[in-house]
Ligand binder design. Structure first.
Ligand SMILES: Cc1cc2nc3c(=O)[nH]c(=O)nc-3n(C[C@H](O)[C@H](O)[C@H](O)COP(=O)(O)OP(=O)(O)OC[C@H]3O[C@@H](n4cnc5c(N)ncnc54)[C@H](O)[C@@H]3O)c2cc1C
Length: 241
């Protein structure tokens, strides 16, 4: 289910990026980053979906008719060609830093205080709270990166060394946090446009599964910062299962 949920959520993000590409007004400085992050998230998702589905199909998955060989090779091309995904993630963060410092881009601000308020909750699985947690993660990673880069610059390290070696993991994490926060925000916009109650209920659960899966994988980050309590973490894991 998490793979289906993520594929649905990423499709919503893809549609947003396509709409921005068609009419970039208001997104002139962000268009490239939105295209890059959509490409990387969808390429990696295809790679995982194709690999897991092949495995679940057992030996049948090897048959040419199953087409998994095509999907897997296509996925590897997607993460490498037209800009290697890891390189694009670095580009996204470099542009992010420029957009904040020069183009008025605002680092997302959670509605609730993640540590003082959300950290005391026993249930954090509503979409509104999870969106706030995604914003908290992006904001925290951004400030960690800026502080680390500033310290290393003062120590006389070269920009290339800082970006490629010292801050590489932070950069990769921030780019993904940016992409996933944009995705979940767009999923909320998508839900607001649904008129049919049954469709709304199904898609709400799908997007919750998408968000819970991300929080679950990054639980250490949130728990270490007091944004998810151990009781809420236990509930989150049980909720997805
Ligand atoms: C199907 C396909 C079609 C292609 N078509 C064309 C074409 O028509 N014309 C053309 O000119 N080229 C083409 N290419 C080449 C493509 O542009 C390059 O392969 C791509 O840019 C990656 O560069 P590279 O092969 O030098 O790998 P590298 O950049 O050397 O990457 C090797 C590994 O290092 C990692 N890495 C590199 N930099 C970083 C970083 N900053 N942080 C973290 N990890 C990093 C990468 O993730 C990768 O795992 C094609 C490639 C493929 C797969």
């Amino acid at each position: 289910m998490p793979l289906v949920a993520r594929s649905l959520a990423l499709n919503v993000m893809y549609n947003k990026t396509r709409a921005v590409f068609k009419n970039p007004k208001g997104y002139e400085h962000e268009l490239l980053s939105l295209c890059c992050i959509t490409k990387t998230m969808m390429g990696w998702n295809l790679m995982k979906v194709a690999t897991v589905c092949r495995e679940r199909c057992g030996g049948m998955g090897y048959l040419a008719i199953a087409k998994f060989a095509d999907y897997i090779s296509m996925a590897h091309a997607a993460v490498t060609a037209e800009g290697d995904n890891r390189v694009l993630m670095t580009k996204i963060v470099k542009d992010y830093l420029t957009n904040v410092s020069k183009n008025g881009f605002k680092v997302p601000e959670p509605t609730l205080n993640a540590q003082v308020q959300i950290g005391t909750f026993t249930d954090v699985t509503t979409l509104e709270i999870m969106v706030d947690l995604f914003r908290f993660r992006e904001k925290t990673l951004y400030h960690s990166l800026v502080n680390k880069m500033s310290t290393l610059t003062k120590e006389g390290k070269k920009t290339y060394e800082i970006l490629m070696h010292q801050c590489s993991d932070l950069i990769q994490d921030l780019a993904m946090a940016y992409g996933e926060r944009n995705t979940i925000e767009e999923c909320l916009v998508f839900l607001k446009g649904l008129k049919n109650a049954e469709n709304l209920a199904v898609m709400t659960v799908a997007f919750q599964v998408f968000a819970i899966d991300i929080l679950k994988q990054d639980l250490g980050f949130f728990m270490a910062r007091g944004a998810i309590s151990s009781v809420a973490a236990k509930h989150l894991i049980e909720r997805q299962n």
